[in-house]
Design a protein around this ligand. Structure first.
Ligand SMILES: [Ca+2]
Ligand SMILES: [Ca+2]
Length: 329
């Protein structure tokens, strides 16, 4: 996949800046597909590590450990954003941040392997038909571009597909730890993992610990290691896995799946149109969200002013979209 490869290169560069997020429970709610990852890995599977790229939580790698000691790596490759214009509007009518654009794409010039993956996403009900797609280089750009298209009267619908690749095993060779605890004390906490102090550069971490028997593709004593990994994941330890970079190539993925989020900017009451009723729905929600609730999709649709949360800014932005349509007729 041409686009994916380019992204992969950027992500590899960012990989060195991975940071971990110890609160795995909240990570699961941030990434709904993580539940799918757990389901795919069977009963007792646990997420033992999450790493985000750079400072923006827009892409993640997560490691799932199953009861048999197999570690599977899920890698969020990219988000494909397609847009539908309102009648009479074109890409020229959307003001986008520098470095981003909306272009027509039909994927027909993609390599066979990439087409296969896209077909699989289609089979999963994820729409990747030929159409207008948002192009961006960095995840930070995607965020600002998404905010711009959400607030544009030219856009009727946004379909964001996040592609996740599944790798058969994670080549975890060592763990970098950020702690005030001595290496000896840390090692003593997890005897089952057979940790030893590594001479690998620690890159800002306190130290790096090698796994005696790399936790891949299968542990020698899976049950013991499984328990130890859960203890590690549930601890307050700030750690990250170092993996073999050779395993990161897209072609090694054994599965690709995704999630699709459709958004109709401004349609707070989710009835398919944007009009003054949506402005009223937002204002009522702001006044008393218990009495006048918005649905989860309604909140996504209504939050268009670039500021997190539903505020007066969203109400007036929806009013502007509404006015824009009236100008057309
Ligand atoms: Ca509406
Ligand atoms: Ca907002």
């Amino acid at each position: 996949m041409k686009k994916t490869k380019r992204f992969l290169a950027a992500m590899m560069a960012a990989a060195m800046m991975f940071s971990t997020m110890p609160a795995l429970a909240s990570a699961t709610s941030f990434y709904p597909d993580m539940q799918k990852a757990l389901d795919e890995c069977g009963e007792g599977a646990v997420v033992v590590n999450v790493a985000y790229t750079s400072t923006d939580k827009d892409a993640a790698t997560y490691y799932v450990l199953d009861k048999n000691g197999n570690m599977v790596r899920f890698f969020e490759v990219e988000t494909i954003v397609s847009v539908k214009f309102r009648n009479g509007y074109t890409a020229d009518d959307v003001e986008l941040p520098e470095g981003t654009s909306i272009r027509y794409e039909d994927y027909s010039n993609y390599p066979d392997a990439a087409i296969k993956q896209l077909e699989k996403l289609r089979a999963d009900g994820i729409d990747l038909s030929p159409g207008y797609y948002l192009h961006y280089k960095y995840f930070d750009d995607k965020k600002t571009a998404l905010a711009a298209i959400k607030a544009s009267p030219a856009i009727e619908q946004i379909n964001a597909v996040t592609v996740i690749e599944k790798y058969p095993w994670a080549g975890v060779s060592n763990i970098a730890v950020n702690t005030e605890m001595s290496a000896e004390d840390f090692i003593a906490l997890y005897p089952e993992l057979g940790l030893t102090l590594s001479d690998t550069a620690s890159n800002g971490y306190s130290y790096v610990l090698d796994l005696a028997d790399a936790i891949s593709p299968r542990m020698k004593e899976p049950e013991k290691a499984y328990e130890a990994m859960i203890r590690l994941a549930e601890s307050d330890a700030d750690y990250k896995f170092n993996v073999g970079m050779a395993e990161w190539e897209s072609d090694n993925a054994i599965d690709t799946f995704g999630r699709s989020e459709i958004c109709t900017p401004g349609d707070a009451n989710c009835n398919g149109t944007v009009d003054v009723a949506d402005v009223v729905a937002v204002l009522q929600y702001m006044t008393n969200s218990t009495k006048y609730p918005l649905s989860d999709q309604g909140i996504i649709n209504a939050d268009i002013d670039g500021e997190d949360g539903i505020t007066g800014g969203d109400a007036s932005a929806i009013q502007r979209i509404d006015a824009g349509i009236w100008d057309e007729s």
